[in-house]
Design a protein around this ligand. Structure first.
Ligand SMILES: [Zn+2]
Length: 238
């Protein structure tokens, strides 16, 4: 029979051990580098095309048709709000083997929201995407590429990978197709992550220039010897 004081002692020792393990875990989690990526392996002619703010009922299917022609897999950072509106487009994306990442539910400004709101938007988006057959692997692109220390801390703790880019197509500025093509080709390098847009946060963008640019860009990228991979293939993080 263990006496009362011995039990109290054991509970105390247990608590100390738990606290010690907890501090080791915290130390481990905070000492890891921030999971922020701007490009992949720079020694090989591989690149990743990424599309933000989709899906769009009008432009995403055109982009899918082009990518299929060239047997390319891209990465789409979807808004939960648009995914809910256009479920068939998300299903088509997933069925064609494209990679799908999270771009928040409503295009949040990360520097302006609290953690509870960010967590809710992340989870809501992943729930919608998961129901539509997307295999999610934690890829996240912050709207406006805006981050805060608190947001990075939360994303890191929850195993998300923050994917930025090092080639900006500029399509979001309303450039014509030829300018988009020139901007991408002039800056394309080994391991590049290219950012394009198949919609905007208000679901009212004209992305025809992006579609037309891709039609010109895909054969030229191939001619230059670049192979397109998904982000997780490019970064070899899964
Ligand atoms: Zn965006």
């Amino acid at each position: 029979m263990v006496s009362y004081s011995a039990r109290r002692y054991l509970v105390l020792v247990g608590l100390v051990i738990l606290f010690w393990l907890g501090s080791i875990l915290t130390e481990y989690l905070t000492s890891r580098p921030d999971p922020i990526y701007r490009h992949g392996d720079e020694s090989r002619p591989v690149v990743a095309l990424t599309f933000d703010d989709g899906p769009s009922s009008r432009f995403t299917p055109q982009i899918l048709a082009l990518l299929k022609n060239y047997q390319i897999h891209a990465t789409f950072f979807l808004l939960g709000r648009h995914a809910r509106r256009y479920p068939q487009v998300v299903q088509a994306l997933a069925a064609q083997g494209h990679e799908i990442g999270n771009h928040t539910y409503s295009h949040l400004r990360l520097a302006k929201v609290n953690q509870a709101t960010l967590a809710r938007e992340m989870d809501q988006t992943e729930a919608v995407l998961g129901q539509l057959g997307a295999r999610l692997n934690g890829l996240f692109r912050p709207p406006y590429s805006e981050l805060s220390q608190a947001a990075v801390g939360y994303l890191k703790r929850t195993g998300r990978k923050i994917i930025l880019w090092n080639v900006d197509s500029g399509d979001w500025r309303g450039y014509p197709a030829t300018t988009i093509v020139a901007r991408v080709l002039n800056n394309l390098k080994n391991g590049a992550i290219v950012v394009l847009h198949d919609n905007n946060e208000y679901d009212n963008a004209n992305r025809q220039p992006t579609v037309d640019a891709l039609r010109l860009l895909l054969p030229q990228m191939q001619k230059k010897g670049f192979r397109c991979l998904t982000v997780s293939e490019l970064l070899k993080i899964y």
